[in-house]
Design a protein around this ligand. Structure first.
Ligand code: BGC
Length: 284
């Protein structure tokens, strides 16, 4: 892809965050004709990332925009940032949004890393407007969809489990490339504890573990998950997958495993795919 211009397309509104100018690099794909695109928005604990994604090849066809997640990350403040991103893009097409917690038919059941006010909120309705309908799904589910379609799990038949190691552990279960949403395997109980507290990437820092020590916990966890589900493949993602050469060599499992391929963009890409293919319900 080549970048052909940098265009000021909007100015952020009164979200209390900034009145920065929002610019987008317009990129033209050499083999991507962008026939079908969706705006993907990835809501994280510290940042909200967004980009326009090609439905055919999964490439970002705009620059990734990054906004800080408002603090406190209340529904109204986050919704204002999302509205600004959509407005700045003058976007009217499909919009997919990730959420770092359980989402059932667009409604937040638990928002572990966000403000408690999210619990029970119809997030899909909150983030939709007259112009756009937002499809909302769990952040790890989005990463899983993206890896299944365009990344490390592409073309793998049977059960694939994608795990994201970050401040928590997110999980996506896929069967023949289709998502089984809200698996929440990061909250399995292992040795009497919520495994997220033992083996998230954040625990490596919290307990001052070396990669080898942390990988031993991850191996213990994955051995349990493979006993329960006998997947065909584990895809291991999250920020720490960038350093996969430092910890994957310590893992010994009967299940094949691979690092995630789409890295930081997996959430944006998966959200856009969910909006395009309707695997996850959007508001009527
Ligand atoms: C939440 C998951 C989420 C993961 C990563 C966990 O604490 O329960 O829903 O996918 O964190 O954000």
């Amino acid at each position: 892809m080549g970048r052909v211009g940098r265009h000021l397309i909007g100015r952020l509104g009164p979200t209390g965050l900034a009145d920065d100018e929002l610019e987008v690099d317009i990129v033209v794909g050499q083999t991507c004709h962008h026939a079908t695109t969706a705006l993907g928005i990835d809501i994280g604990g510290s940042g909200i990332k967004a980009g326009i994604v090609c439905g055919q090849c999964g490439r970002l066809v705009s620059q990734r925009t990054l906004m800080p997640t408002p603090q406190p990350a209340t529904p109204d403040l986050v919704a204002a940032v999302v509205a600004d991103i959509v407005g700045a893009q003058a976007w009217q097409g499909p919009v997919g949004v990730t959420f770092p917690g359980l989402i059932l038919d667009g409604v937040a059941i638990v928002g572990v890393n966000l403000d408690p006010a999210w619990r029970g909120r119809d997030v899909a309705a909150l983030l939709s407007s007259d112009r756009v309908k937002a499809t909302v799904l769990n952040d790890a589910d989005a990463a899983g969809l993206a890896e299944a379609r365009f990344g490390a799990a592409r073309g793998v038949a049977g059960v694939v489990i994608v795990l994201t190691f970050g401040s928590g552990i997110g999980s996506a279960m896929l069967l023949d490339g289709r998502l089984i949403p809200n698996a929440e395997l990061g909250h399995l109980e292992l040795d009497g504890e919520d495994v997220q507290d033992l083996a998230a990437a954040a625990s490596k820092d919290k307990y001052h573990l070396s990669f080898e020590q942390w990988a031993a916990r991850v191996e213990h966890y994955l051995t349990f998950v493979e006993f329960l589900f006998s997947p065909k493949l584990f895809v291991l993602g999250g920020g720490i997958s960038q350093d996969h050469d430092q910890w994957l060599p310590y893992l010994h499992l009967r299940t094949p495993f691979k690092p995630a391929e789409l890295r930081n963009d997996a959430g944006i890409i998966g959200a856009a795919m969910a909006a395009l293919d309707g695997q996850v319900k959007a508001p009527a």
